[in-house]
Design a protein around this ligand. Structure first.
Ligand code: HEC
Length: 145
């Protein structure tokens, strides 16, 4: 029993650091999937904010909440070596200015959380701009082209 416990403890010691390492290709796929999700839904959000689509509080709340969560997980998907490969437009500045990058993500999380609380089309219209602004602000500094 003691030997088993020791073996287990050793196995945990050895495998713990590996748990934090990410597969670069998987990270690129995951972070691009997040952006595609944001982009796809933002078109509907813009339609509602402009009054071209009927306001749907449940949808705005669900998307706003998800976007805020995704913003926090997005910044964790940039392991070393994940700049190479695929159609990858992430800028090197993400690695050289991690704090600035995380501040952009926090901006999106705050704006999306505010939008999620909208209960009327007017509140939606008033909060949508900051969400779109957070997208372009980060793209300007941290996305290539
Ligand atoms: C914290 C920074 C940041 C924020 C905030 C952000 N983006 Fe991005 N976005 C990026 C980066 C970096 C890329 C390039 C990623 C890559 O190629 O791996 C990107 C790429 C994209 C793409 C292209 C995805 C593809 O590969 O096809 C879309 C669409 C997109 N973003 C939409 C949005 C929308 C909509 C928002 C706001 C709701 C947003 N982004 C907020 C950093 C951000």
């Amino acid at each position: 029993m003691l030997r088993l416990t020791t073996a287990l403890a050793l196995a945990l010691t050895v495998s713990a650091p590996a748990a934090f390492a990410q597969d670069a290709a998987a990270a690129i796929g995951a972070r691009q999937a997040i952006m595609k999700y944001l982009g796809g839904n933002m078109r509907s959000m813009a339609g509602m904010a402009q009054g071209k689509l009927d306001f749907n509080a449940d949808y705005v709340k669900a998307f706003g909440t998800a976007a805020a969560t995704m913003a926090s997980s997005y910044v964790l998907l940039f392991p070393d070596g994940s700049m190479e490969g695929g159609n990858n437009k992430a800028a090197p500045a993400i690695f050289s200015d991690r704090a600035g990058f995380e501040a952009e993500a926090a901006k999106l999380a705050a704006a999306a959380t505010a939008m999620a609380a909208a209960t009327t089309a007017e509140e939606m219209a008033a909060t949508f701009g900051a969400v779109g602004g957070a997208c372009s602000s980060c793209h300007k500094g941290y996305r290539l082209e």
